[in-house]
Design a binder for this molecule. Structure first.
Ligand code: ZN
Ligand code: ZN
Length: 296
């Protein structure tokens, strides 16, 4: 409603009014019970958005790193579209990203190993999953940075020039599918319990969002063990000193071990692609951008 262009607000009001006239929450569900499945997680998107904005918007207002950055900063709508699409496609993405692991799991059922892992207590399983998943994620992420064919897909994530919780959603579908798909392989092949896997998925979603947030906490005492906003903000820095640093999502241990750890005692001066490269400003054009660049 505060925008100069009222088209979006009017569409919203129109749709809400239409929904109310059609019966609102009292409208009967037309569910068909012959094998039809829901593919779009609209409910998941709404719940996710409510949960994340309820947690992160007050947090970023109270403990802002950059206090002058508004909630509706530049390109917030593009990032909300990513949040929307990735939540909406949750079912398709889960099936796609679990596929490589399931194929491998069928092919190499390491029963004694998987039984041993699954029988460990949850408090042991979860940290082990995090370590293993982050090790795989580290190398997939590093490969995205170093292979010219893959970089354009991941460059979309790095094109965000302002950091906040929503900016972390900016991930090209190819990036999401490859990174998650490959990261799940060792978890499934080693065979942890379902409960441990769900705790891990919940934690990774929370931490991946938190490390992008516009908060000024530095967590100095644990900075070499836990990935923090400062650690990941440097990964997004456009300054030459920080290029190809800090690939981990959960624990910087892997960056320390493999020589890519970088965390000075200040914050980056600017974010985005180094060399001033830009990507188009809409979700669809960003989706197509890596392919267009390849054709060129
Ligand atoms: Zn990256
Ligand atoms: Zn990021």
């Amino acid at each position: 409603m505060l925008r100069a262009n009222k088209a979006l607000a009017l569409t919203g009001i129109g749709l809400t009014l239409g929904a109310a006239l059609l019966g609102g929450s009292q409208a009967p569900l037309m569910v068909q019970n012959h094998g039809t499945r829901s593919w779009l997680g609209l409910d998941f998107f709404v719940l996710n958005l409510l949960l994340y904005s309820a947690v992160f918007i007050p947090l970023e207002r109270l403990f802002a790193l950059r206090g002058d950055q508004p909630v509706f900063r530049r390109h917030w709508l593009v990032d909300l579209t990513y949040f929307f699409v990735n939540s909406l496609l949750i079912e398709v993405l889960t099936i796609l990203t679990l596929q490589p692991a399931l194929i491998l799991f069928d092919w190499a059922p390491l029963t004694s190993v998987s039984l041993a892992f699954a029988s460990l207590p949850l408090v042991v399983q979860v940290p082990v999953i995090i370590l293993i998943a982050d090790f795989t994620q580290y190398w997939v992420h590093r490969t995205f940075h170093s292979v010219p064919l893959l970089w354009p897909f991941h460059a979309i994530h790095h094109s965000a020039e302002e950091m906040d919780w929503l900016a972390g959603s900016r991930l090209h579908l190819v990036d999401v599918i490859l990174t998650r798909g490959l990261t799940y392989i060792p978890i499934f092949v080693l065979g942890f319990s379902n409960a441990a896997f769900f705790v891990y998925v919940f934690l990774v979603a929370g931490q991946a969002t938190f490390i992008h947030a516009n908060v000024r906490w530095r967590f100095r005492s644990v900075r070499r063990v836990v990935a923090t906003p400062a650690f990941h903000h440097w990964h997004h820095s456009a300054d030459a000193e920080a290029v190809d640093k800090n690939f981990s999502v959960h624990t910087p241990i892997w960056d320390v071990l493999f020589g890519s750890y970088y965390l000075p005692d200040r914050w980056p001066s600017r974010y985005g692609l180094s060399g001033g490269h830009k990507v188009p400003p809409t979700w669809y054009r960003q989706l197509m951008h890596p392919f267009a660049r390849r054709r060129q």
